[in-house]
Design a protein around this ligand. Structure first.
Ligand SMILES: [Zn+2]
Length: 210
């Protein structure tokens, strides 16, 4: 990627009028890249005639996808049927924040959901395609403590999750990259290494959403 991307995240809660305002001022401030959640209407709505989308084209913004989108991988309604794929805390399964990463069933759900979410958005994402996958805000270190997961640190459980999604992405576009949060509070995680299509996220763009 020759051109440096200056990124702005637009939350899925941002209304249509607000989007127009944000995009105009982003262009004035020399941003060239906009990130939408994998669950944003931008990827779900097939109507490309909306004004803010035309505006993005007018300014030739790069489009990227993702953010704090882990909750999309394991839908909360599964809690009723598959409690064992959810995070354990002090012996109890919790519905909030991440999941039980060593359960093979969790991995297969993530793989399936990631493949769906990436394939739904991939044609709108600008090559070289960049996706972002970050843990829940303020809960970066809140991961599963079940007997099997206890052997893995938050950084490792985060890597297991992003690696799974990265495999799904590589099947769709081998050139695409995932930026992930390197929790990096400890020495190298032995045995679990980031996939080749992953890069550590350095920017703090997700703190300045509208
Ligand atoms: Zn677990």
């Amino acid at each position: 990627m020759k051109l440096e991307r200056k990124r702005l995240y637009i939350s899925k809660k941002t209304g249509l009028k607000e989007r127009i305002k944000i995009i105009n001022s982003a262009a004035a401030e020399k941003y060239n890249t906009v990130i939408f959640s994998l669950d944003d209407d931008f990827f779900k709505n097939r109507n490309r005639n909306q004004k803010y989308i035309k505006l993005l084209k007018h300014y030739s913004f790069n489009i990227e996808a993702g953010g704090r989108d882990f909750p999309l991988f394991i839908p909360k309604w599964l809690y009723l049927f598959r409690r064992d794929i959810f995070r354990m805390e002090e012996g109890k399964r919790k519905m909030n924040h991440h999941f039980c990463t060593t359960n093979p069933q969790t991995i297969s759900y993530i793989k399936e959901r990631a493949a769906f979410l990436f394939s739904r958005s991939i044609n709108e994402v600008t090559p070289t395609r960049i996706f972002h996958l970050l843990p829940d805000e303020g809960h970066e270190n809140t991961w599963c403590s079940c007997p099997a997961c206890r052997a893995f640190s938050p950084a490792e459980q985060n890597l297991i999750t992003v690696n799974t999604a990265a495999d799904a992405l590589a099947n769709l576009d081998p050139e695409a990259k995932i930026l992930y949060l390197d929790l990096g509070t400890e020495a190298e995680a032995p045995g679990i290494t980031p996939r080749k299509n992953m890069l550590a996220e350095k920017s703090t763009i997700f703190c300045v959403t509208s």
